[in-house]
Structures are given as C-alpha cells and as structure tokens.
Ligand binder design. Structure first.
Ligand SMILES: *[C@@H]1O[C@H](CO)[C@@H](O)[C@H](O)[C@H]1NC(C)=O
Ligand SMILES: *[C@@H]1O[C@H](CO)[C@@H](O)[C@H](O)[C@H]1NC(C)=O
Ligand SMILES: *[C@@H]1O[C@H](CO)[C@@H](O)[C@H](O)[C@H]1NC(C)=O
Ligand SMILES: *[C@@H]1O[C@H](CO)[C@@H](O)[C@H](O)[C@H]1NC(C)=O
Ligand SMILES: *[C@@H]1O[C@H](CO)[C@@H](O)[C@H](O)[C@H]1NC(C)=O
Ligand SMILES: *[C@@H]1O[C@H](CO)[C@@H](O)[C@H](O)[C@H]1NC(C)=O
Ligand SMILES: [Cu+2]
Length: 573
C-alpha cells in the first residue's frame, strides 16, 4: 500500500493548511455598549428611550460565519436592570449568554457590566433585544447580520448587487412601566394599538401638530424622524434584510411597485417565491430580493401596515429612491402610501406561512418521528381576577432564581418541581367557544427533555375571553431552530393531522405564527445543553404568562460564569 502514501500526505497537508486558513479567517468581534435612558423622538414625539451608546435602534452587529461576538454591556440605566437576548443565535456551548432574565441569567444591575460571548455559526439575518420585563418596547433592539463564509457550503443560493436592512417596529408613547402596571391591574389596562410604526427607528406620529399645539414635545421637522431613504441603482438587484422587533403588531411590508422574491427566513434559505406583500411577525426575519426596474424618475414607498389586529396606527413609511433619477431622494413619492391587504384576511397570511419551505439545495431532513409530543392549548384566562394567557391552563411566571443557576446548583426549591401538563382534553374542547370556567393557575415549572430526543410541539390557538376573537401569536424558541411541519385552521387532531406533516422540505425557523383558531406543528432536537425559553413574542402576552421553558442536558453544561448569578436563592440557603 506504499503507493498511497504521497497522496495521503498531501491530503493531510491540504487539510492542515485549509483548517489553518479557516482558523485565521474566524475573527472575534468586540463591542462595548453602554445602555442608558435618553430623550429620543423616533416618531417626532419626545420620549425617554433605552439606548445603546445613545442610539435606538442599537448598532447593527456584523460578523462572518464562524466568528465569535463579544459584547461588553454596561448598564447605565441607574434604576433599572437589563438583559439582552441574541435572537436566532443558538448559543451552542454558551447557554449563559442567551440573555433571558430568570431563565439563563440574573439581570445586570445598574452600574454593573456583563459580557456576552457567543459564536455565530450560521449565516443569516438575526436580531437582538432586551429580555427583561417589557424593556424591549423601550427601544433596546437592533440587527445581527452574519455573512456566509466565502466558498463554504452555506453560501447564498442567490445573487444580488447590493443590500439594505429594514428593521420594523411599533412604538408607544406610554412608558413600559405604565404598560406593565396596566397589564397587571384588575381590571386590566390594555396597552392599546401603537402610536406609530417605525422603520429603522423612524416614524411619523399622526397627531404631532395637535400635541405641539397643546404644548407637548413633538416636532415634525426634526431630522431624527425624517423618513429613511433606501437608494438603489437602476437595473441592479438588491437584498433587503427585513426583521420585526415589534412588541405587539403583526406587519405587512411592501415596496411600492416592486415584487419581492423571498429567499431567506430566520437564517435559512427558502425555496424562492414571489410576493407583492410580505407578512412578518414579531421575532421573524426575512431576506427578499427586489429588482430596481421601475421608472427611476420618481420615488416609491416602503410601507408597513398592521395586520391581524384591527389597525389603529397609520402606515409606517420610508422612501425608495433611484440613483441618477430626476427625483430628489427626500421627496415623498407622488402616491399615497399603500395600505396593504385587509387586516383580517387570515387565509392570505396562512397561505404565505405554508409557502415558506426550504430551498431545494439546503434541505435538512427532519427526524421521521418524535419521541415526545407536547400539545399546547393557547387560551386567555383569569387568575384572581387578573387577565392572563395560559398553556393547558397554566400561566407561566418567571422564577426569581434563573433556572440555569438553580438546576446546576441543585436548588430544587427555586421553582415548582411539578412538570406542566403535556396535553389538554382536546377531544371535547370547543376552540371557537368562550371557556365556561376561565380560571387558570400560575406556575414556574418547566419541561425536562431527554437529551438528544426529538420533540414535537403543537400549538393550538383558541377563542379568547371575548366571543368571536382569536389572535395571531408568533412563538419563538431559544437555543434551537425547529422544523415547521404543518399548519392548520381548526382543532388539531393527533390521530389525523400528523399524517399531513411536511417531512420532505420543511423550513427551519426560530419564530413561527400560530394563526387565529389555527394550529402549528413544530419538531426540534433537544441537543443543546441548557435551559431555553419558548414563548409568544408579543411583549404583553409573554408578560401575561404566554410561555414555557425547556431543559435538556443541563448536566452537560460546563462551569457557569459567576456573573450570571447573584439573585434569588444561593447555594447553602
Ligand atoms: C389623534 O387625535 C385625535 C383627536 O384628539 C384622536 O381621535 C386620535 O385617536 C388621535 N390619533 C392617535 C394616533 O393618537
Ligand atoms: C423643530 O425642529 C427644527 C429642526 O431641528 C427646528 O429648526 C425648529 O426650531 C423646531 N421647532 C420648534 C417649535 O422647536
Ligand atoms: C374584516 O374587517 C372589516 C372591517 O375592518 C369588515 O368589514 C369585514 O367584514 C371583515 N371581514 C372578515 C372576513 O371578517
Ligand atoms: C374563579 O376564581 C375566582 C377567584 O379568583 C372565584 O371567585 C370564582 O368562583 C372562580 N370561578 C369558577 C367557575 O370556579
Ligand atoms: C381549566 O381549568 C378549569 C378549572 O379547573 C376547567 O374548568 C377547564 O376545563 C380547564 N380547561 C382546560 C382546557 O383544561
Ligand atoms: C359569533 O359568531 C357566530 C357564528 O360565527 C355568530 O352566530 C355569533 O352571533 C357571533 N357572536 C358575536 C358576539 O359576535
Ligand atoms: Cu401572543
């Protein structure tokens, strides 16, 4: 076999060199962030906002697949804790950097500094935002853009000449404290529809002049709230990375006069499909391609509109402008901004969800069957008169001691040791009716998953406390992506519907919509040691108990950094 030696040696040399090359490519991206309250006027009305280095939204984190991101966060909020979640980053080997207060860490106290360190192992469009109380609504959010490693297997299966980023948000003038206090009150004071919709942190409050006339701080001429302009070169193709960090709203996004080809969702390549309007739920990201092939001598609207809830907020707008065209970039387009599809056209949105499947060259086949199925009925309930959301009649509360700390330290008394229910009495349940007994219970118990097992979760939507009402809930899983196996409208039947699951080319995502009166079925592998939240991404709904927590392989988690500890119970007490 001596003849084999030279090629083998060469092969080893090649491997050595190529791994050295990829090692030298991987970079560590350091960021120093100071979190503080600042007066900002994103929609021309002045409000106290939580900012990063003075900015809201915060700076975009840019990295290349394989890099390590280090963010040193100093909390200068003076009287308020903070925690930051890196949404869509799976935190393999760094579960303490997930940034979920009460789950993976104690909050960062005023004056303290906390360093998040995590690997970005997959290209795509992600986001970050606060994960403490309802702090995300106060402005602490931003984008994470991870480029594919050049020539690697995850290179984009599409081409484009340039790119733009679009961060969508909704915005209230009330503080998150007022909102949280209202939600917890009896009777409840609902947050209501947002005052404005923001694009890249800019919007236009419709009643600015009325506020200013009444002596309030609103000035429609501030450069800070001028509509963002997205410039394109005629004939070129652009990738728009679109992300939604909304606190409440499901949005419909469009670029007037330009069709969009959907190519990425939550960091996974999509079998391309063309839309005029893109539905995007809180916590989701998409990339769409557009061709700059329209009349360059006028501008076009970028528009975001509320769907799924009856809109009480004007269209959020920005401007698309062609280089070299005769229209000045800042001139408003000659048309009225598009108002999007009917807000209550559920089937239209449902069809877009179903159309989102994996790109043919990037299919990751799901395991053929699950080891365990958790069927979760989503309902609105009451506990001691307060309005809550519950899963199988259990409304989630965060423990004071983070699960990760409690479980690694054997602090069994830190949270309810009884596991929450796996299912509900689905056969006799009328999802269209108002529950006769609306009382639920509260718990901070969690679901313990066998490490490496395959778990199905089916989310069943139902009627709320009011008759004939059911909302859309965007569910987000930390620490994993899940395969989206199926959607339906009506009551999920475990004896029937699994036969129709898409096991051929399901998309992997981290956030998915559960449509009104509908169900959504997911599958994931419990292969990431840690403790992971799974919750509705509507800020008010999670605050009202719409979430659960999974633990898997916590015994495999290495030594915890001291910095995540220091709240709740400690060892020896
Ligand atoms: C604007 O003011 C009018 C009159 O005060 C009020 O009816 C309307 O709801 C306000 N709109 C918003 C978006 O606050
Ligand atoms: C509104 O803002 C513009 C631009 O900064 C400024 O010139 C103007 O004086 C402001 N108006 C008021 C009433 O403060
Ligand atoms: C949708 O809402 C509009 C009012 O905003 C109403 O007129 C219409 O009947 C609704 N359609 C459906 C299908 O519920
Ligand atoms: C629900 O709970 C309240 C107390 O919060 C109680 O007064 C009421 O009787 C309960 N309802 C039912 C149907 O058990
Ligand atoms: C929730 O709890 C109430 C009170 O115990 C009960 O009447 C109701 O059937 C339960 N609902 C579900 C879906 O289990
Ligand atoms: C709810 O819808 C049903 C049929 O879909 C209708 O018969 C009933 O009147 C509606 N109730 C209310 C309160 O709108
Ligand atoms: Cu929800």
């Amino acid at each position: 076999m001596g003849w084999r030696r030279p090629p083998l040696l060469l092969w080893c040399l090649f491997l050595l060199l190529s791994s050295a090359a990829s090692l030298s490519r991987a970079a560590t991206r350091h960021h120093e962030w100071e979190i503080s309250y600042q007066f900002r006027s994103p929609d021309c009305a002045r409000k106290l906002a939580v900012t990063i280095n003075g900015q809201t939204p915060g700076p975009t984190i840019r990295a290349t697949q394989g890099d390590t991101v280090v963010v040193r966060v100093k909390n200068s909020l003076l009287t308020e804790n903070v925690a930051i979640h890196w949404h869509g980053i799976r935190q393999h080997g760094s579960p303490w950097s997930d940034g979920t207060e009460g789950v993976t860490q104690c909050p960062v106290l005023p004056g303290d500094t906390f360093t998040y360190t995590f690997a970005v192992d997959r290209p795509g469009t992600y986001m970050y935002h606060a994960h403490y109380g309802m702090q995300r609504s106060a402005g602490l959010n931003g984008l994470i853009v991870v480029e594919a490693a050049a020539g690697g297997p995850d290179a984009e299966p599409f081409e484009y000449d340039g790119e733009h980023a679009v961060l969508l948000n909704d915005w209230w003038h009330a503080s998150t404290y007022e909102q949280a206090a209202g939600l917890a009150s009896v009777p409840m004071v609902w947050v209501g529809e947002p005052q404005s919709l923001l694009i890249n942190g800019r919007g236009r409050f419709a009643n600015c002049s009325a506020v200013a006339a009444a002596g309030g701080a609103c000035n429609a001429s501030l450069p800070e709230c001028a509509p963002p302009v997205f410039a394109v070169v005629p004939g070129k193709t652009y990738r728009f990375r679109v992300a939604s960090v909304t606190s409440l709203s499901a949005l419909n996004f469009e670029i007037e006069g330009h069709q969009m080809t959907v190519v990425e969702a939550d960091g996974h390549y999509v079998k391309p499909f063309v839309v005029k309007n893109l539905n995007i739920y809180s916590g989701e990201t998409y990339s769409v391609l557009i061709k700059a092939d329209q009349d360059p001598n006028r501008n076009y609207w970028l528009a975001s509109n509320v769907v799924s809830r009856k809109p009480g907020t004007p269209t959020g707008t920005a401007v698309l402008s062609y280089y070299g065209g005769r229209s000045s970039p800042r001139r408003p387009p000659p048309t009225t901004p598009p108002t999007g599809p009917s807000w209550n056209d559920t089937m239209y949105r449902f069809r877009q969800s179903v159309a989102t499947v994996a790109h043919q060259a990037h299919i990751q086949t799901p395991p053929p069957r699950a080891d365990r199925t958790v069927l979760l009925l989503n309902t609105q309930n009451r506990i001691n008169g307060a309005i809550k959301w519950a899963l199988n009649n259990v409304s989630f509360t965060l423990p004071h001691t983070p699960y990760l700390v409690a479980m690694k330290s054997g602090l069994l008394a830190a949270f309810d040791q009884r596991p929450p229910p796996e299912t509900y009495a689905h056969q006799g349940y009328d999802i269209y009716g108002v529950q006769k007994n609306q009382n639920a219970t509260a718990s901070d118990g969690l679901y313990r998953l066998q490490f490496g097992s395959v778990v199905d979760v089916v989310l069943q939507n139902a009627n709320m406390l009011a008759p004939n009402s059911s909302e859309t809930h965007p569910w987000h899983l930390h620490g994993h992506d899940f395969w989206v196996l199926g959607y339906g409208i009506g009551r999920f039947d475990p004896a029937v519907h699994p036969a129709s699951y898409n096991l051929k080319d399901p998309i992997l995502k981290n956030t998915v919509a559960v449509h009104p009166y509908g169900w959504t079925a997911l599958r994931f592998k419990a292969d990431n040691p840690g403790v992971w939240a799974f919750h509705c991404h509507i800020e008010a709904h999670f605050f009202m108990g719409m979430g659960i927590v999974f633990e898997e392989g916590v015994e495999r988690v290495g030594k915890l950094p001291k910095e995540i500890m220091g709240c709740g119970m400690t060892k020896g007490h």
